[in-house]
Design a binder for this molecule. Structure first.
Ligand code: FE2
Ligand code: FE2
Length: 442
C-alpha cells in the first residue's frame, strides 16, 4: 500500500466513522468545501470492488437487456414460490418494513441529486437525457410526482420518521450530493453512478410486492419499477448518456472512469443485507431505553411492577430487557397472541389510552409485532398509489415566477430544495425558460 492510498484509506475510514451525517447536511445546504476531496477517497475505496460491467460501452445495451431478463426471471420465481406458500423474503412484519424505510430515508431524501449538475447544460442536447431524468425525479415541479416528496409523504403517513440512524446510512446520499456538486470535474463518474443506480434491481420488485402485502403504500417503489425501465426509461437514458458524452478518441479512459462511478453504488451495505439486519427485540429495547430518559420521573409511585416502581425500572441502566420480561410474567403482555388482547396494548393504543401519544406509530408497531411474535395479524393488501393525492396540486400552477434567470432557478432546484414549494415553482419555471417544457404545464 502506498503512502497515498494509506492516507486515502485512513481519511475515508474516519469520514465514514464519524461525520457522514454532517457532510450530508452540509452538502444539502451547499457548503462542504472538502466534498471533492472526500469523493476522491470514496472512489479509491470503490476501486477495490468488483463490478459486472461489460468490457466496452458498445456492449451496454446487451448487458442491460440481460440484466432485465435475469431480474424478470428471478422475480417470476419469487412470485411462484410465494404463490406456493413461501413466506415473505424480506419483511417478517410491518416493523421491519418501517425500519427499512427509515434506514434508506437519507438516500431517498436526495433522490436524483447526482444529476443536479447537468441542469446548466440545457443548451447542449447531449445532456437532455440526463436532465430529463433529473427533472422526472423532481416530478417536473408537480408535488404529486416529486420523488423526494412522495417518500416524505410515505414516512409521514406511517409515522416512521427517525432521528436516530447509524452514520453509515448517510453514505449513499452524501455520494449523490458530492457527485451532483462536482459533476464538471467528475462527469464520467456521474454517468457511471447513474448507469448503476438506474438499472431496476430485483429487490425493488420484491420490496414493492411485500410492502403492498403489509398494507403499506409502496407507490415510491412501484413508480421506480416503471420510470427506470430499460426499454425507454431512466435505465435506457443512462446508457445513451455514456455514448453521447464519451469524448471522441478517448473512449477507454472515459469508460474506465464511468466504471469507477458505477462502483460507487456498491459502497456500503446492500439492500437485502440491510433489511436482514433488522432485530425486532433490539429495536424495541433501544426505543424503550431512549424513552426511559424522559419517563423515569413521570410515573406515580403506586405504579409498580414486581415490587419496584416504574420510575426505578426506568432509571436503572440496561434494565429494559428484564422490564419487558416482568411485564410478560405479570400478565400485562401475552406474547404470541393478538396484541389487542394484551392489557399493555390498551394502555398505549387508542385516543383514550392512559399513555396515548407516548409511543410513536413506529414504536407502537414494534410493540405490536414483538407481542404478536408468531401470531399472524390478518393482512390487508394495498394497491400502490392508493394513499397518494389523486388530483389537484398543493401549490398553484400560476403565476410562474417572472424571474427567468436560469442560474438562479437552478440554485433553487439543488439538493432537496426542489421539494419545497419554491423549488417546485423554480422547476416549472426552468422547464419554461429552457424550452424543455412539458406539455402538461402549458
Ligand atoms: Fe427516483
Ligand atoms: Fe430514476
Amino acid at each position: 500500500m502506498t503512502v497515498m492510498t494509506r492516507t486515502l484509506a485512513a481519511a475515508a475510514g474516519s469520514a465514514t466513522a464519524d461525520c457522514l451525517l454532517n457532510r450530508y447536511q452540509a452538502m444539502i445546504e451547499g457548503h462542504d468545501p472538502s466534498a471533492a476531496q472526500w469523493l476522491e477517497m470514496q472512489l479509491a475505496r470503490a476501486d477495490q470492488l468488483p463490478d459486472d460491467l461489460p468490457d466496452t460501452p458498445a456492449q451496454l445495451n446487451a448487458w442491460s437487456a440481460q440484466h432485465t431478463d435475469q431480474v424478470a426471471s428471478d422475480y417470476a420465481a419469487y412470485l411462484r414460490a410465494r404463490q406456493q406458500g413461501a413466506p415473505r423474503y424480506y419483511f417478517n412484519n410491518r416493523s421491519q418494513a418501517m425500519w427499512f424505510l427509515q434506514q434508506v430515508a437519507p438516500t431517498k431524501g436526495v433522490d436524483g441529486a447526482w444529476l443536479q449538475g447537468t441542469l446548466q447544460h440545457w443548451a447542449d442536447p447531449r445532456y437532455h437525457g440526463l436532465i430529463q431524468t433529473y427533472l422526472e425525479e423532481l416530478g417536473n415541479g408537480d408535488p404529486r410526482c416529486n420523488h423526494v416528496l412522495i417518500y416524505q409523504r410515505l414516512l409521514s403517513r406511517l409515522g416512521a420518521h427517525s432521528s436516530l440512524l447509524d452514520d453509515e446510512r448517510y453514505l449513499q446520499g452524501a455520494l449523490q450530493l458530492a457527485l451532483g456538486q462536482h459533476s464538471e470535474r467528475y462527469l464520467p463518474e456521474v454517468i457511471g453512478y447513474n448507469l448503476g443506480y438506474e438499472q431496476p434491481p430485483l429487490h425493488l420488485l420484491i420490496t414493492t410486492y411485500e410492502l403492498a402485502e403489509l398494507g403499506i403504500d409502496g407507490h415510491y417503489f412501484q413508480l421506480h419499477v416503471t420510470i427506470d425501465n430499460a426499454a425507454s426509461g431512466h435505465a435506457q437514458k443512462s446508457i445513451q448518456a455514456v455514448h453521447q458524452l464519451c469524448p471522441a478518441g478517448d473512449e477507454a479512459q472515459f469508460y474506465a472512469r464511468v466504471r469507477r462511478g458505477y462502483r460507487l453504488n456498491n459502497l456500503g451495505i446492500d439492500t437485502p443485507s440491510l433489511i436482514a439486519s433488522f432485530d425486532l427485540h433490539a429495536q424495541l429495547i433501544a426505543a424503550l431505553e431512549q424513552k426511559s430518559l424522559f419517563g423515569r420521573f413521570m410515573h406515580a409511585d403506586r405504579c409498580r411492577l414486581q415490587k419496584r416502581t416504574i420510575n426505578q425500572w426506568l432509571a436503572e441502566p440496561g434494565a429494559m430487557p428484564a422490564f419487558i420480561d416482568a411485564m410478560c410474567e405479570q400478565g400485562w403482555i401475552k406474547r404470541g397472541e393478538d396484541p389487542t388482547q394484551s392489557r399493555w396494548w390498551k394502555v398505549i393504543e387508542g385516543p383514550t389510552a392512559p399513555m396515548f401519544g407516548v409511543f410513536t406509530a413506529y414504536e407502537k408497531q414494534l410493540w405490536h409485532d414483538w407481542i404478536a411474535a408468531d401470531w399472524q395479524a390478518p393482512l390487508r393488501r394495498v394497491q400502490p398509489g392508493s394513499w397518494e393525492p389523486q388530483s389537484g396540486m398543493d401549490t398553484p400552477l400560476a403565476p410562474l415566477p417572472v424571474d427567468q434567470n436560469i442560474a438562479s432557478l437552478i440554485e433553487r432546484m439543488l439538493g432537496n430544495r426542489h421539494a419545497s414549494p419554491d423549488g417546485l415553482l423554480a422547476t416549472r419555471a426552468y422547464l419554461r425558460a429552457t424550452g424543455l417544457t412539458q406539455e402538461a404545464f402549458d
